[in-house]
Structures are given as C-alpha cells and as structure tokens.
Design a binder for this molecule. Structure first.
Ligand code: FES
Length: 157
C-alpha cells in the first residue's frame, strides 16, 4: 500500500522545516516508520521521491540507524545496548536472559509477533548501565538485571 497523502505532505513539510531534502531524510524515515511500523523498500522509494533524493541516499541513512527498521518488527521492540559500559556492568547476563526468555536472538521476532530484539550501540545512558530502550516511546530502562528484564517482558505478555 502506498504512503498516505498526509504522510507525503508531512515529508514535504519536513524538507521545508529542516532546511532541505537531505537534511529531512531522517525525519522522513521516522514519519514513515511511525505510520507503517517499519520502512519497506516501496515506502523508502516513495519517501525518496517525495523529498527529491535518490533511494540510495535515503537508504544509506536508514541502514545506518538501528532504530530505523527495514524489516517488520513485533509489537514491542527491545533495543538492548551492547556498548562497553553496559557490557562491563553485566549486560551480557541481561542479553542471555532475554534471549533465553524470548527464544530469539538479535534481529529476530518472536513467532507470536509480540517482541523483536535488536542490539544497539551506546545510547548515552551509561550511568544507568546496562540499559535497553523499550516500546514505541523508546523508554530508557536501567540499570537492568536479568530478573528486571524478565519481569518487564512478562508484564507485556
Ligand atoms: S554503553 Fe550502554 S548506554 Fe552507554
């Protein structure tokens, strides 16, 4: 399905607001993802057309940011930090616990479509390490223990 006229208009407005098409590419990707849940090849092409940039230009940005999803994701996305501070503060134990609990690895979605697990680099929350960003609002949670994240997942099920 094509992007709605409202999203196309919002993308055009973003170009005017952010100082030009290239400066608005990330905002355009966010708009598409908010509307569709992820950024498909077809929608990426439409966003590029709406901005007047090439598909390659906007795709290079989309693939750079781990928070832009280029494949379908589950209802709740867990972005688990695997940066150095989080690793040193026990992030590997949290990672192992959540993978065991969900039965998936990084970049995968549970068979019921409820959770997607993605690894991200440092999100600037090192003082709360280990951390994750959870759900559509990207809520920063930490410092996490394996039990905390297990409870968080359990509460969402
Ligand atoms: S290393 Fe995880 S928030 Fe900085």
């Amino acid at each position: 399905m094509s992007l709605s006229p409202a999203i196309r208009t919002a993308i055009a407005q973003a170009a005017a607001h952010h100082g030009g098409p290239k400066a608005a590419m990330l905002e355009a990707l966010k708009l598409v993802q908010e509307a569709e849940g992820w950024v498909s090849d077809a929608h990426l092409k439409e966003a590029a057309e709406a901005l007047g940039v090439t598909t390659a230009e906007i795709d290079s940005l989309a693939t750079f940011y781990s928070q832009i999803f280029r494949s379908p994701v589950g209802d709740t996305v867990i972005l688990l930090c695997d940066g150095l501070s989080c690793f040193l503060c026990g992030g590997d134990a949290v990672r192992d616990a959540v993978m065991s609990r969900l039965g998936i690895g990084f970049g995968e979605t549970t068979p019921d479509g409820k959770f997607t697990l993605i690894n991200i680099c440092c999100v600037g929350g090192c003082d709360l390490a280990p951390v994750a960003l959870v759900g559509p609002e990207r809520k920063l949670v930490g410092p996490l223990t394996a039990d905390d994240l297990d409870a968080l997942i359990g509460g969402a099920r």
